[in-house]
Design a protein around this ligand. Structure first.
Ligand SMILES: Cc1cc2nc3c(=O)[nH]c(=O)nc-3n(C[C@H](O)[C@H](O)[C@H](O)COP(=O)(O)OP(=O)(O)OC[C@H]3O[C@@H](n4cnc5c(N)ncnc54)[C@H](O)[C@@H]3O)c2cc1C
Length: 552
């Protein structure tokens, strides 16, 4: 834990040096002693300390300094550290100024500048003050701080990404917290919110996810130009492929545009995955899988985006979002699906500002004791309802059909029925969203009675089916009419080999219309849309890749 700071300020270099030594000898174990040789340099130090979330316990300041007096310095510094104890060092001639400073900046003590021996003239006063300060001291949060406006989509994007990478952060609301406004001012007010502050004091205004990732030491660039296997997507299918590929000796890299875990990473509790009788969160599953894949030597690049693939003889060439390229012998497309958009008036501009797709996590603090709505009737909607019911006053599950049983597992239906603050409204659709800067209310219609109603709500979570993510492979890979990737026997249904298929043999199971390019998980035509099946396909694909590479 970072030590609280004692800041000594004196323009007399010899005196400052002696004072620092005395302070370090007595208090160095518990406090960090910093010296400044002028009021101006001390102001800069205070600014840096504030940005790094350090805490000042004590200011020990000479009154008579050129450019800025001790009282002038304290007047500014205590705005940032109002709890810090303040001691003014004064010559006999400055006693008057020191006494009036008691009122001006509420100094706790003034000491005449004859501090030798410190055991008699310095420590007794500081011991008392520091003991008193320490009694009211609560160690500050030391991680990343995100400062922004409550309903800002940009702030949501940053918080969501940090949450998905399981990086703890503290949220400070610019509109309601003076501390947040002070930090923005210290950071220079140079840019657009959100402001992201790192523990070392560095910061970004409205950063890209790659900027944050690189700052946090996440790997976004490959180590080598060539791999045996590239996997696009680090959901359950991609992560399973990474574990099996790397553990079986393939030089493997997985590329993930958001955060490892995929859709499963958005799940608050997966209860039907083999081996976890009490369930586990998607975040936990992703963390374990990433550790396992890395242990076997797989590289995971995130956040990084594949924009295109092309062929170059026997190699598959992958283009990344920064236009750099990686070559590989074999490729697995495990890009999964993304949530379908709800097309109703008033909704688009509120996405990220009260309207969220596919995940109920990262915004739960704004749902605390509020009324919230969910659209959808699948397991993901049911899990979100259970999760939000722990925070929200009331969760309305708005379902277009006349029953949950068609699309939701029975265990979730039973849990929902037992939860008093979840209301299920069947045969109900949202037809309009209202709110200027954030969601305020929804108009809903009951399809049985044709009655409409407007309900107040701070958040709408949407889980209404999915679309395959295939843009990056669209030019090369054959898909069905809904965009899901065809593979194996699905490509040869009419007995013919796929268009432009260059080999004598037919495509292997999970192999696409391009030899050596495989597909696994939800993005595959005919997939089951479950964690276990995605994991299974990711693992099987490795065996087939060995066959393709002629190693078995
Ligand atoms: C909220 C929720 C709860 C769920 N609960 C359960 C449950 O309890 N039990 C269960 O069995 N199933 C559950 N599912 C379904 C399950 O999560 C999915 O079936 C599974 O995640 C599919 O895995 P996948 O690897 O095929 O795809 P995904 O999980 O969709 O992962 C694909 C990954 O590829 C990345 N990607 C896409 N395009 C690119 C690109 N161009 N470049 C780089 N990366 C890219 C995406 O960002 C994503 O991370 C749930 C789904 C959701 C959304």
């Amino acid at each position: 834990m970072t030590k609280p700071v004692i800041l000594a300020v004196d323009n007399d270099a010899d005196l400052l040096h002696a004072l620092e030594q005395d302070l370090r000898r007595k208090y160095g174990e518990q406090y960090r002693v910093i010296g400044a040789d002028s009021g101006q340099s001390a102001i800069e130090i205070v600014r840096q300390l504030k940005l790094r979330a350090d805490v000042v316990a004590l200011f020990l300041v000479d009154q008579r300094m050129p450019g800025m007096t001790g009282v002038q310095f304290l007047t500014q510094a205590i705005k940032d550290f109002p709890q810090a104890k303040r001691v003014l060092l004064a010559a006999y001639a400055d006693t008057e100024a020191a006494i009036s400073a008691i009122n001006e900046v509420q100094i706790d003590h003034y000491l005449i500048k004859a501090l030798e021996p410190p055991e008699e003239r310095l420590y007794p006063v500081l011991d008392d003050l520091l003991e008193e300060w320490f009694a009211g001291y609560h160690p500050r949060f030391e991680g990343i701080r995100v400062i922004g406006q409550k309903w800002s989509p940009q702030a949501h994007r940053v918080k969501y990404s940090l949450a998905r990478h399981q990086i703890p952060y503290q949220w400070l609301d610019f509109e309601t917290e003076a501390e947040a406004r002070a930090l923005v001012e210290h950071a220079g007010q140079a840019g657009q919110l959100p402001l992201v502050l790192f523990p070392d004091g560095s910061h970004f205004f409205n950063p890209t996810l790659r900027q944050i990732g690189e700052k946090l030491g996440l790997k976004t660039r490959p180590q080598m130009p060539h791999y045996d296997l590239v996997i696009i997507g680090a959901g359950p299918a991609g992560l399973a492929a990474a574990v099996y590929g790397a553990s079986e000796g393939l030089k493997t890299v997985t590329i993930e545009r958001l955060a490892p875990g995929g859709q499963a990473g958005c799940s608050s509790r997966i209860e039907n995955y083999l081996g976890f009788p009490a369930g586990l969160s998607g975040g936990d599953l992703a963390r374990r899988a990433v550790a396992q894949a890395r242990r076997f030597g797989a590289e995971i690049l995130t956040p990084q985006h594949v924009t295109k693939i092309r062929l170059n003889g026997q190699y598959r060439v992958i283009t990344l979002s920064d236009d750099s390229e990686i070559n590989c012998q074999s490729l697995i497309i495990a890009t999964g699906v993304s949530y379908r958009q709800l097309e109703i008036p008033g909704l688009n501009h509120l996405t990220g500002a009260g309207v969220y797709y596919g995940s109920a996590m990262s915004e739960e603090m704004y749902c605390r004791d509020q009324d919230v709505c969910i659209v959808g009737a699948g397991n993901s909607a049911g899990q979100a309802a259970m999760y939000l019911s722990r925070f929200a006053r009331c969760v309305r599950l708005l379902v277009r059909g006349d029953s949950l049983a068609k699309s939701m597992s029975q265990y979730l239906i039973d849990e929902i029925a037992r939860t008093p603050n979840i209301v299920v409204q069947l045969q109900t659709r949202v037809i309009e969203a209202h709110g200027e800067h954030h969601l305020e209310s929804l108009t809903i219609v009951n399809d049985q009675t044709a009655q409409t109603a407007t309900i107040s709500t701070v958040a709408l979570f949407i889980f209404i089916g999915a679309m395959p993510l295939t843009t990056c492979v669209a030019d090369l890979i054959e898909c069905d009419e809904r965009g899901y990737i065809l593979s194996g026997a699905d490509l040869t249904l009419n007995g013919c080999r796929p268009r432009n298929w260059p080999l004598e043999r037919k495509p292997y199971l999970l192999e696409t219309n391009v030899p050596g390019v495989f597909v696994a998980g939800d993005v595959r035509h005919g997939s089951i849309k479950r964690v276990a099946s995605a994991v299974g396909e990711g693992s099987i694909a490795i065996e087939l890749i060995h066959q393709y590479l002629g190693r078995v």
